[in-house]
Design a binder for this molecule. Structure first.
Ligand code: ACO
Length: 324
């Protein structure tokens, strides 16, 4: 029986660091408010040469090196993103060209903050039917291009970055199980519009433009409940307990959401990887960036049971268990 396992990880963060003190000069807010409500202290903001696909490509090159693979050996480049620099071609096609993955097909996937988890799940399905495949799964975002820098409710939360992993088959370790969910009825609690329609019959004049719009309190409530439910459901299905998990890598939205989640799951803080304080919410990129940092810091060892979980616009959410 072949399992899909992660053979290499990589990440890339823009150089520019935006601090809470700088945000105080931009909107009516304070370092104290942001830190106490979100735990976020800094986030990274893209600049020249740091388009979404460029961050993604740099993360991909590191993941390839870690896995000991050449780009030409890849069969698929899959990018989870909600902030591509173009609608067409996909970010994945730009990455494919940038890294020289000449033998790979390429496409984007949008499941908002759950995109990376959806992508890993899809990679696992490809590996199940074609174990020889080598798949690059990336979560990459330039959300700084998509927030309204005059809206203090949202602009303090988000950041840019990319994380990547190589997925190959193994008979010993890898993805055990996952559970993915969506509820499109709740779309209007967290969304971002398209550019104005050129078809006047389809133009919605009430739309605000391509900015993230959010009902923060509702998102908070649903995020905690949904991630708890996805994790509990998955552990039960696999006959495992939360104590069996060596490391939980959740989507990095904010520390209060994560605090509530840890409380409800009954997991010790030492078993939860948190870096949202440094990078803010990087949507689809948050889990692969955290996964890469966890590897670099030696927080995951071969054989460890790792749990991933996410929640985002859609709403979309899910969880995944894997043996490292
Ligand atoms: N600085 C200062 N005051 C602010 C700011 C700010 N940046 N933003 C909002 N406020 C004000 C509000 O205007 C409001 O003022 P009012 O009472 O005069 O109207 C007051 O602070 C309280 O606002 P609330 O929205 O009730 O504040 P809350 O305690 O709920 O915190 C927050 C807001 C941090 C957004 C919280 O709801 C939250 O964390 N929600 C989850 C959002 C999230 O993580 N979204 C990411 C995308 S989804 C995901 O990734 C899971």
């Amino acid at each position: 029986m072949h399992k899909a396992y992660i053979s290499g990880t990589g990440s890339c963060l823009p150089e520019r660091v935006l601090t809470n003190n700088e945000l105080e000069q931009m909107v009516e807010t304070s370092d104290e408010w942001i830190t106490s409500r979100t735990g976020i202290q800094t986030r990274r903001i893209s600049g020249a040469g740091e388009q979404n696909y460029q961050l993604a490509a740099r993360a991909a090159e590191k993941a390839l090196a870690a896995a000991g693979l050449e780009a030409q050996e890849l069969d698929l480049v899959l990018v989870a993103t909600l902030s591509p620099h173009m609608i067409m071609p996909s970010c994945a096609c730009f990455v494919q060209a940038e890294i020289g993955a000449a033998n790979a097909f390429a496409f984007d996937l949008n499941a908002a903050c759950s995109g990376f988890l959806y992508g890993l799940d899809m990679a696992e399905k490809y590996i199940a039917s074609r174990p020889e495949m080598k798949i690059l799964v990336i979560g990459s975002e330039t959300l700084s291009c998509r927030v309204n820098w005059e809206d203090r409710n949202t602009c303090i939360l988000f950041g840019d970055g990319a994380g990547a992993c190589i997925v190959e088959s193994s008979s010993a370790r890898g993805i055990v199980d996952s559970t993915l969910h969506a509820d499109g009825n709740l779309w209007n609690l967290l969304y971002m519009d398209s550019p104005a329609s050129r078809n006047p019959d389809l133009l919605d004049k009430d739309r605000q433009g391509c900015y993230i719009q959010m009902s923060g309190r509702d998102v908070f409530k649903y995020a905690v409940r949904a991630m708890e439910d996805a994790v509990t459901r998955l552990l039960k299905r696999q006959n495992l307990a939360i104590n069996d998990v060596c490391l939980l890598i959740p989507h990095q939205a904010n520390v209060r959401i994560l605090g509530k989640l840890m409380e409800r799951l009954g997991i010790e803080q030492e078993k939860v990887f948190i870096n949202v304080n440094k990078y803010g919410n990087t949507s689809a990129a948050s889990i692969p960036i955290a996964l890469d940092e966890a590897c670099q810091e030696g927080r995951v060892q071969q054989g460890d049971l790792v749990l991933l979980c996410s929640f985002g616009g859609g709403f979309t959410w899910g969880s995944m268990l894997l043996y490292w």
